[in-house]
Design a binder for this molecule. Structure first.
Ligand SMILES: [Mg+2]
Length: 161
């Protein structure tokens, strides 16, 4: 057992599932978006133009809806930038994905790795009163970081990019 893994009483007090967007809820092909977002210099406008049309990943949406209906709180946590928050919320709403909070990359953090961005966001999520116990994510480096942080992460797609 991972030393930092949550035990039964931790779980009794936990109420939140963290969910990624790209590659987890939204279909995402790393080879298509590579030139915009997978290097240090980000070009967010063409990325969002492209991802506006991204189909929802139905099984993950179904799981999130079930978790919500069972009383879990859903927190969206994405390396997408907070400066373009409305694009992400619009997409989530259009696809009827329930959420209780949405945490996105801070302004000026474009050069920070996704996994470091999410580690910072986890601190904020906890500070805001959420008690996460489970994460749905896809990218290998991010999945590894969630696990290092003691959360169980279900990786829903290949994430070696
Ligand atoms: Mg992802």
């Amino acid at each position: 057992m991972n030393k930092s893994e949550l035990n039964r009483s931790d779980l009794d007090n936990a109420d939140t599932v963290i969910v990624d967007v790209d590659g987890t809820l939204a279909h995402f092909d790393p080879t298509e978006v590579h030139q915009w977002v997978l290097s240090e210099k980000k070009a967010w406008d063409p990325f969002f133009e492209h991802m506006k049309q991204a189909p929802v990943i139905e099984p993950v949406r179904a799981l999130v809806q079930i978790l919500k209906s069972q009383g879990q709180r859903i927190v969206i946590c994405s390396g997408r930038p907070d400066s373009h928050r409305e694009h992400t919320l619009e997409w989530l709403d259009r696809h009827e994905i329930p959420y209780d909070g949405a945490y996105l990359r801070a302004l000026g953090d474009d050069e920070v790795d996704d996994e470091a961005v999410k580690q910072q966001l986890l601190a904020q999520i906890r500070a805001d009163g959420f008690s996460p116990w489970l994460v749905l994510d896809d990218r290998d480096a991010v999945v590894a970081r969630w696990r290092e942080l003691g959360l169980t992460c279900l990786q829903c797609a290949p994430g070696a990019f």
